[in-house]
Design a protein around this ligand. Structure first.
Ligand code: GLU
Length: 466
């Protein structure tokens, strides 16, 4: 049996959950969930000056919104500092790392001299092979003994084999003079100790992989499968930035995009499965693989996001959709729904969820069921209620009073009435929308009548006809 898959998302808590980070998390989540594996979450909080608890909370919230549940406890990288130092010391004991006593000034002087001679400025410590008996009693850092010749080959599932000449790698520091481990060491030790089998992350980390590889090799640990994914670009092909629009995953929640649509869209951002654009989570979990990740950066396309969101809203379960809309209202700092509104919204959902790309669009259509009498009308609705229309509505009222309240009957009654008036139903629709919703964009008149019921429909009619 092959080894169970373990992936991880390892954000640095320095801000909100970036849309690129959300996609990285999603890819790792899909890869693990589709293979019965584990998806772990590690907060890379070693940089104490830049890490904040607020950022960690924002990342967790963003992941919760996207439904990216992780296995086990959230791991704090900072809390593992003693273990990271232990590994550095083990390498020291084994002669794979060494104490370097060079001062900042000595290193700068080395670089200046190398530059003057036209040589590589990568620092080569004079302490690499100095026996311990000759060590001074002075502050030191622990450096790894990097290979001096040959190549390091990163086998990357997305980028292919990436070869780095070892002459380009320096004896990187593992432990600083204050005993604190460097980030590069912490990542490797954590990935190893957490049993991570697959590292899927942005290709801005590809250079780190070569240096991380040195630590794996020195420790004799298995190197995980690496997949460095191209970053996301804006529609103009430049790296995604604020001027392209929202960057925080949760800003998309506050704009009213459904999480399922967002997941679908983010999965397609840099990964493909044939020509499939719209798919469910179950399909994404089944289909997602590293081979489908593209080598060139994907471009963020809001239109495509909206189209997928519309399709996900259309197939969503009514109760789940109502709950998600209520969460959206809270996220967007908008007033919560009353119990009556909430029930009305859910009951009307079947006629609202078609052709709504976002929750604000859906709520606009839901206005008829959320508003209560007397309705306020917008300018367009007001215009539809001219004296002629009001006269027609007055005449229509007794027909509705007598109709049985089913869609077929209402349709028949209105068509019959229109025919008798020598007009088309279409002519009645505008004024009826104005009466029932106070808006021009609404679900069908019949859907509204059925949702509102006879009494409420007639009461709204009476409000305008007097
Ligand atoms: N903490 C790194 C970041 O937020 C990710 C490191 C990794 O995935 O190895 O970019």
């Amino acid at each position: 049996m092959s080894q169970p898959v373990v992936t991880r998302f390892a954000p640095s808590p320095t801000g909100f959950l970036h849309i690129g980070g959300a996609r990285t998390a999603l890819f790792n989540w899909l890869y693990a969930r589709g293979r019965g594996g584990k998806f772990l979450l590690r907060i890379e909080d070693t940089d104490r000056a830049r890490s904040t608890p607020e950022a960690t909370a924002a990342i967790l919230q963003g992941m919760a919104w996207l439904g990216l549940d992780h296995d086990g406890e959230v791991v704090s990288q900072f809390e593992g500092a003693a273990r990271h130092a232990e590994v550095a010391n083990q390498l020291l004991t084994e002669g794979k790392a060494y104490k370097c006593f060079s001062t900042q000034e000595e290193i700068a002087a080395f670089r200046d001299a190398a530059k003057a001679e036209g040589k590589s400025t990568l620092f080569q410590s004079p302490w690499r092979d100095t026996p311990a008996s000759e060590h001074p009693d002075a502050p030191y850092v622990i450096r790894i003994k990097a290979p001096r010749d040959g190549d390091t080959v990163i086998r990357d599932e997305v980028q292919g084999d990436v070869t780095i000449k070892n002459t380009q790698l320096d004896d990187m520091i593992l432990l600083r003079s204050d005993g604190s481990p460097v980030y590069m060491l912490a990542v490797v030790v954590d990935d190893h100790d957490m049993g991570v089998t697959h590292v899927i992350r942005g290709d801005d980390h590809l250079n780190n992989a070569a240096r991380q590889m040195m630590i794996y090799q020195a420790m004799g640990w298995d190197v995980p499968v690496w997949a460095h994914i191209p970053l996301i670009h804006g529609p103009d092909g430049k790296k995604l930035s604020k001027r392209h629009g929202a960057l925080g995953a949760q800003e998309y929640q506050a704009m009213g995009y459904p999480a399922a649509g967002m997941r679908n869209y983010l999965a397609r951002l840099g990964w493909s499965h044939g020509d499939d654009e719209f798919f469910t989570d179950a399909q994404a979990k089944e289909w997602f693989d590293l081979g489908g990740i593209g080598k060139s950066p994907a471009r963020f396309d809001t239109k495509k996001l909206e189209s997928l969101c519309g399709q996900h809203i259309a197939i969503a379960d009514d109760a789940a959709l109502r709950q998600e809309i209520e969460a959206y209202l809270a996220a967007a700092d908008q007033p919560a729904l009353s119990d009556v509104q909430s029930r009305g919204l859910e009951a009307a959902m079947h006629c609202l969820k078609d052709r709504a790309k976002t929750f604000p669009e859906l709520l606009e259509k839901a206005h008829f069921v959320l508003a209560s009498r007397p309705l306020e009308r917008d300018a367009k609705a007001e215009k539809a209620l001219d004296p002629v229309s009001l006269g027609i509505l007055t005449e229509l009222t007794p027909h509705l009073q007598n109709a049985s309240w089913s869609r077929d009957e209402l349709e028949a009654a209105l068509n019959e009435f229109a025919a008798a008036k020598d007009t088309k139903f279409g002519k009645l629709a505008g004024p009826l929308r104005a009466v029932l919703a106070g808006r021009a964009v609404t679900p069908s008149v019949f859907d509204m009548m059925i949702c509102l019921g006879r009494d409420e429909t007639l009461a709204r009619l009476k409000d305008v006809t007097g």
